[in-house]
Design a protein around this ligand. Sequence first.
Ligand code: UDP
Length: 327
Amino acid sequence: MKILVCGGAGYIGAHMCKALAAEGYEPVVFDNLSSGHRHAVKWGPLVVGDIRDRRALDDCFAAHRPAAVIQFAASIEVGEGEANPLKFWNNNVGGTVTLLEAMAGAGVTALVFSSTCATYGIPDRMPIGESEPQRPFSVYGETKLAVEKALAATAKISPLRYASLRYFNAAGASPDGEIGEEHNPETHLIPNALKAAAGIGSAMKLFGTDYDTPDGTCVRDYIHVMDLAAAHLAALRLLLDGADSFICNLGTGTGLTVREILSTVEAVTGRPVPVEESPRRPGDVPRLVADPSFAQEHLGFFPQYSDVGTVIRDAWNFHKTRWSLAP
Ligand code: UDP
């Protein structure tokens, strides 16, 4: 059975394709390669195309006849969204709307959508449940929320059924080291901390040490990319079996500060992480931790790889090879 994976050459998308192939599905990647990597597409065909290009999508649906779509393709870097909001509205909202139109045209009714905890903004309660108000703090979060609204409205009047998965902090890499996180520029904490530990570039900037958290640095809920992929598979199976649309947080329920991550990076790598304490980064919120109860009940989702030591060890194994460091 073919599954169309938009953005399948990117970080989470590539791990998704690997997980799909391991379960006997054939992932067909549709990606414009603006930030994804050709070398990360290994488990099925690559169609180079842009989700804003209706004709390219129509051709892809006609050629491959996928049973369902998983939509990762998006601009994701929060700071870039603030500097270039129209790029994010065009790509994330315009692109996904075009994809929905193409799906309707092709009669494909099942969609797993990559959403984000950034749609919650600064939540009133912690941990965050799915019914927490959505008041995004960034253009990125706004565009993901806009797509969630488009999905809800479309599902009301059409056969579309979707799962909107609100990720917390995706991290880690395939345990065999085959694929991992390769953003350019890299803005995420764990790869940046590993880079600093490896002595590549200068000290890592630690953004904000005066938050109202146990050690003054931001608290996040880190979830291993393999666990994320497994949760998508579970969501996909539900939709293919005819389940109704649903919205689900994907996190572990455990919050860690930036300093706790840095000390685990030092323990795993055996190297110090040079740090430059810096002002708060615009768009950051103090604390984001998932309430994972609904994912547990609805998806049977219990993370297997998301303890912080495993997340960082797998990321380190991947980056060591990529940076050609001695084992
Ligand atoms: N962070 C940091 N230095 C970096 C990258 C990130 O101090 O080089 C902090 C960031 O300010 C936030 C946390 O690490 O408090 C997680 O950031 P990341 O970009 O990994 O994920 P986000 O929560 O923004 O999606």
